[in-house]
Design a protein around this ligand. Structure first.
Ligand SMILES: [Zn+2]
Ligand SMILES: [Zn+2]
Length: 372
């Protein structure tokens, strides 16, 4: 099978539209005809080379499409199924982690385990083309992917909306669930891109009040109010630690989510300082998976201090159980309880993908959608 793809050949340079050939699905894999893929900040990390990845490569991991070819030995999907393609996993269903309800930690079909295989895509020079920022490669007409990374969804949701669930919603809203946000607790969300917006939606839905959005962009903070932020703090204008403490009776927020794409040691320190002594700091954004940022995680784990019982968690893709959660999020959207409509800033054909990426880089767009 051949199809167009937006290929990254050089880190940080514009993507190039090329024809790519795909092998037939191997056992356990499916070939998906892509309907839409949203552009996520993690894709930019992949394109810029600040998360590991081999070039040439295709980014894009918030994808919706139809199964057009099924490999041998599939257990759930068949040709014609309408699916959300993710970088997460539905898991095997039988290992200890799956049975404990933590399918994203499955020890048999682990998240990203397909990265160890040959990519199954080649460019016109015959070079293997890998996936960047996950295992989907959704900036293309076709996606070759493990069955376990897909969830079948009902056809009564448009792909332009459903694709947002594949990462932004499961990562943001999912983190709020995994962090265990309780009614009447307080939550602060640092960074109001679309993952942060979904951590806001999740915290609000789970009953937190106040839900405090922290950012340096006023238009983003304004948008955050539509998704359930009860208060906003522009950290360029005021001391965000003091502002969060003032809004939480002086103790700091019960839950602090780090969703800014520029995650750094300084930002992690900020999160700790605005978190209550018994609260939870949840690092959601990749923020560039450099050796330095990985050290940050170790550093944060050691930052408990004496006399505090803070928790630090960093669940990948929100730690979501996608096989259950994705259909639930879609039901929530259809019932008017999950806002996906205001997340979409604009739609572009694949040829204009570099414009879509640029709009996300500047913070102008929450999510740009690529329609194949
Ligand atoms: Zn399992
Ligand atoms: Zn993403």
């Amino acid at each position: 099978m051949k199809g167009r793809a937006a290929v990254c050949n050089t880190p940080g340079k514009p993507l190039e539209i090329e024809e790519i050939s795909f092998i037939d699905p191997r056992p356990g894999e499916v070939l998906i005809k892509v309907s839409t893929t949203a552009v996520c900040q993690s894709d930019i990390h992949g394109i810029d080379g600040d998360v590991p990845g081999k070039l040439p490569g295709v980014a894009g991991h918030e994808t919706v499409g139809y199964v057009v070819k099924a490999g041998a030995g599939l257990t759930r999907l068949k040709e014609g199924d309408y699916v959300c393609c993710t970088t997460s996993t539905v898991g095997c269903g039988f290992c200890d982690e799956c049975l404990a309800g933590r399918r994203s930690n499955c020890t048999n079909h682990g998240m990203m385990s397909s990265m160890m295989r040959e990519p199954g895509r080649k460019n016109s020079k015959g070079e293997p083309v890998s996936t960047l920022a996950g295992t989907v490669g959704g900036f293309a007409e076709y996606v070759l992917i493990d069955e376990s990374a897909n969830v079948k969804i009902s056809e009564d949701i448009a792909p332009e909306k459903a694709c947002l669930v594949s990462c932004a919603v499961i990562s943001g809203f999912g983190s709020a669930i995994t962090a265990g946000v309780k009614p009447f607790s307080s939550a602060a969300i640092i960074g109001t891109g679309s993952v942060g917006i979904n951590a806001i939606q999740g915290s609000y839905f789970l009953g937190a009040c106040p839900v405090i959005a922290v950012d340096i962009l006023d238009h983003r903070l304004e948008a955050a109010k539509q998704f359930g932020a009860t208060h906003t703090v522009n950290s360029k204008n005021v001391d965000p630690i003091q502002a969060v403490k003032d809004l939480t009776g002086g103790k700091g927020a019960d839950y602090v989510f780090i969703t800014a794409t520029t995650a750094s040691n300084a930002l992690n320190k900020l999160a700790l300082d605005m978190c209550s002594p018994n609260g939870t700091v949840c690092k959601v954004s990749l923020g560039g998976m450099t050796p330095e940022s990985m050290k940050d995680i170790e550093w944060m784990r050691s930052m408990q201090g004496f006399g505090v019982a803070r928790k630090f968690i960093s669940p990948m893709m929100g730690g979501s159980n996608i096989i259950v959660d994705i259909p639930n999020y879609i039901r929530l959207y259809q019932a008017g309880r999950l806002n996906l409509d205001s997340l979409v800033s604009a739609e572009y054909p694949l040829e204009d993908i570099n414009t879509a990426v640029a709009k996300l880089r500047t913070g102008e767009a929450l999510r740009s959608i690529i329609k194949m």
